[in-house]
Design a protein around this ligand. Structure first.
Ligand SMILES: Nc1ncnc2c1ncn2[C@@H]1O[C@H](COP(=O)(O)OP(=O)(O)O)[C@@H](O)[C@H]1O
Ligand SMILES: [Mg+2]
Length: 234
């Protein structure tokens, strides 16, 4: 059993099931990437892991305990952080205020965590007093990830962290995500840039219509002819 596992998940938004038995798992110090076509249920799977979508069947386990009924806030307290695909920063607040908001559950001194975020993303330190809405797309994603790191998570879940950013900015973000893994954090991310993401992934899941189609190491998925043809554009 992995550190975080969503096992045999079924559920959706009240209509039919969007998740149809899918399983995703990630361990500490590992990057796991979820790929698949638009509408496959990747974001829904992330939301289910974080307690934002109710499961009709299946369970979520964290550090050996079932947390299926726990609220998202309860999951944050247990060490989970989630950066959703959209609306993941407060655009009218400064960079620093965004990071402070990320630490809202903490009662201890957060200055060290903030310095660590500025160490990982130096541009955020330079722009700490600027409004987040003034930043570039890549910098906003850094704010969103930085905000999630302020909770000192054991698991970091990222839904399309490189959406809408230039290729060079994507490479840069992936390098930072590798550093986050290096710190022993479990990283689970959904990515449209499947090739590049699988290249840095320890493991990958290909999700189709709410089910696992392929599960393997990032490298094996990248070289699998069927995966390449159907999901990586040849
Ligand atoms: N809030 C919602 N309410 C109802 N249906 C939704 C909602 N969010 C997503 N869906 C539907 O669930 C399916 C899977 O969506 P999603 O998980 O966002 O896919 P992916 O992230 O793989 O592109 C889609 O058919 C989508 O229309
Ligand atoms: Mg999505």
């Amino acid at each position: 059993m992995s550190f975080l596992t969503g096992a045999d998940m079924y559920g959706g938004y009240g209509g039919g099931d969007i998740l149809r038995g899918c399983t995703v798992a990630v361990d500490k110090g590992e990057i796991v990437v979820m790929v698949g076509p638009n509408g496959a249920g990747k974001s829904t799977a992330m939301k289910a892991l974080f307690g934002m979508v109710r499961l009709r069947r299946g369970e979520v386990r964290l550090a050996g305990q079932a947390i299926t009924q726990l609220s998202p806030q309860g999951r944050v307290r247990r060490g989970m952080a989630f950066v959703p695909q959209t609306g993941n920063i407060f655009t009218t607040m400064t960079v620093q205020e965004n990071l402070e908001m990320g630490a809202f559950l903490r009662r201890d001194d957060i200055s060290e965590s903030m310095e660590r975020v500025f160490g990982l993303f130096p541009v955020l330190g330079e722009k700490r007093r600027q409004t987040a809405g003034e930043l570039s797309g890549g910098q906003r994603q850094q704010v969103a990830i930085g905000r999630a790191l302020m909770t000192q998570p054991a698991v970091l879940m990222l839904d399309e962290p490189t959406a809408g950013v230039a290729p060079i900015v994507m490479d840069e973000l992936f390098d930072r995500i590798l550093e986050i893994r290096q710190a022993g954090i479990a990283v689970l991310m959904v990515e449209q840039n499947a090739r590049q993401a699988l290249a840095i992934a320890d493991r990958g899941f290909v999700l189709v219509t709410g089910e696992n189609r392929f599960t393997d190491s990032g490298r094996a998925l990248l070289t699998n002819p069927e995966v390449r043809r159907s999901f990586l554009g040849g």
